[in-house]
Design a protein around this ligand. Structure first.
Ligand code: PLP
Length: 495
């Protein structure tokens, strides 16, 4: 089953799609058709360890990878997760569950894909006879960067450079990146916000001179951002895994629909849920939860995507995004895979910052997707409420999704089984979680690590070692750049 681009290119293999990241026509790669995984196979997953579940789903999606290669890759990738396993499902109430995706080495759900992507990439290089060094460029709003650095660190034949916004990442996130080990890793601060960093990386990818210089140096560019299909495919797997666990515990009956509430930024995580639905998983509503950067909420309400609005820095920084790149893949399905319609919308977005999909597409969209947004004050209140009611400590991103679900239930009375996708450890955002939980402005003055210790003491938890050890690690990356000079800075970093 080949892949095609949302802007028209056809007949690309999965490994080619993963190597390239972005299609040469500027589009995103999608499978030519969605394979169906029968419900009986999903039920059978209940007794399988996570790597086996993931290999089953990936095998259906990635045409030119052998099942045994995938089984080996998932076994290696998910061995680096803590004792709770890669994607444990926790019940808060009989019909309310948390899918915890933050048990990897960097404590955010990005590890689910970025621990695996380097393996998929290595295999893709071998399959396509790629001899050059694969130079992976990443723009990050905080979590992707560290997860990519950690995933590619030391992988032969690869190099990874991460651009993160100098403002708007948490202290723990920044330290995680600038202390990254490995001779093949680079972390560079961009004076600006995430959209500045992401646009800068897109410009580098479109820069023919830069590509020429890289080729002369024996390098070829690739992306680990969630536009890469190799990021998306591993994310589809955990929706199947969650459903298998719900079946196994008797929380649902086979075929029963399950709602998912997903804290959304670049639209990768929630799109993976939509792909799972298209692959036969009984997915109910998809609640697209945003913070005050509520461009997606408005889009799902009106059909107008309008990025011309102020950018807000929030306590859920990994969702501080105005251009949700993966939405392009959903639009492609929505309009019956009409590449010229998608191209026109994306052109309008590039030139005027907005597009309108019209009433027909909007009503199709609203059959499955609902948008909601939550401000910082309500996010903090939700962290307090869930701790009080359920004794679960949520990070701000997860709290946004939890609030969206609780509000949806209150508004509709729909108490169908639902899963809140939990995307980060609360200790990754220790200061904001402490401020929320203790309602204590003094937490402002304390450092992030003191906040984490206080949280751990109060809640009877342990600060994860990946956070606790950060202050003692040497700073290894100090480069800074203006958005306009990112290519130059990168060349300097390469020496
Ligand atoms: C990246 C991230 C998100 C947003 O996920 P998308 O796939 O970009 O929509 C939400 N929460 C956390 C903690 C993240 O790191």
């Amino acid at each position: 089953m080949p892949f095609l681009s949302t802007r028209g290119e056809k007949n690309v293999t999965a490994s080619q799609a993963i190597l390239r990241g972005l299609a040469p026509d500027g589009g995103l790669y999608v499978p030519a058709a969605f394979p169906v995984i029968p419900l009986a196979d999903v039920a059978a997953m209940a007794t399988q360890p996570y790597p086996v579940r993931a290999a089953r789903v990936l095998g259906a999606l990635l045409d030119d990878y052998r099942q045994q290669e995938l089984a080996q890759a998932t076994a290696l990738a998910y061995a680096r997760f803590d004792g709770d396993g890669p994607a444990p499902l926790r019940a808060l109430a009989p019909n309310l569950h948390m899918l915890e995706l933050y048990h990897g080495p960097t404590l955010a759900f990005k590890d689910m894909a970025l621990q695996l992507l380097p393996h998929l990439t290595r295999l893709a290089m071998d399959k396509n006879g790629e001899q050059r060094e694969l130079f992976v460029l990443v723009a990050t709003s905080g979590d992707t960067g560290k997860a990519a650095l950690e995933g590619y660190c030391g992988v032969p034949g690869t190099r990874c450079a991460v651009f993160f916004p100098s403002q708007g990442v948490s202290e723990a996130q920044r330290l995680q990146m600038v202390t990254q080990a490995g001779a093949n890793t680079h972390a560079i601060a961009v004076c600006g916000n995430f959209d500045d960093a992401q646009n800068g990386v897109k410009r580098i990818f479109a820069d023919a001179d830069f590509a020429k210089t890289m080729h002369a140096q024996g390098r070829t560019l690739s992306s680990a951002n969630s536009i890469n299909f190799g990021r998306l495919a591993p994310q589809v797997a955990y929706y199947f895994s969650a459903y298998a666990d719900l079946l196994a515990t008797g929380a649902i009956t086979p075929g029963q629909r399950v709602h998912f509430a997903v804290p959304t930024g670049n639209f990768g995580n929630i799109l993976a849920a939509e792909y799972a639905r298209r692959m036969g998983l009984p997915v109910g509503k998809l609640l697209c939860a945003s913070n005050s950067n509520n461009v997606l909420t408005d889009f799902l309400a009106t059909g107008v995507y309008d990025a011309n609005r102020p950018f807000h820095q929030t306590i859920s920084p990994s969702m501080d995004i105005l251009i949700s790149s993966n939405l392009e893949r959903l639009l492609f399905e929505l309009c019956g895979r009409d590449a010229s319609a998608v191209s026109a919308w994306m052109r309008a977005l590039r030139t005027g910052g907005r597009y309108d999909i019209g009433a027909t597409h909007l009503s199709a969209l609203r059959g499955h997707f609902l948008g909601a947004w939550v401000d910082d004050g309500t996010t903090r209140a939700t962290i307090r409420q869930v701790w009080r009611d359920h004794r679960r400590l949520l990070d701000p991103h997860t709290a946004v999704a939890a609030r969206a679900l609780l509000d949806y239930r209150q508004q509709t009375g729909d108490m169908a089984p639902a899963v809140v996708v939990s995307t980060a450890s609360p200790f990754k955002f220790g200061r904001d979680v402490a401020q929320a939980l203790f309602e204590d402005p003094a937490a402002d003055a304390a450092d992030d690590f003191a906040c984490c210790r206080r949280l751990a003491d109060t809640c009877g938890l342990t600060v994860p070692p990946a956070i606790a050890q950060l202050p003692a690690l040497p700073i290894r990356h100090t480069l800074q750049t203006d958005p306009a000079d990112m290519a130059l800075t990168l060349l300097r970093a390469l020496g």
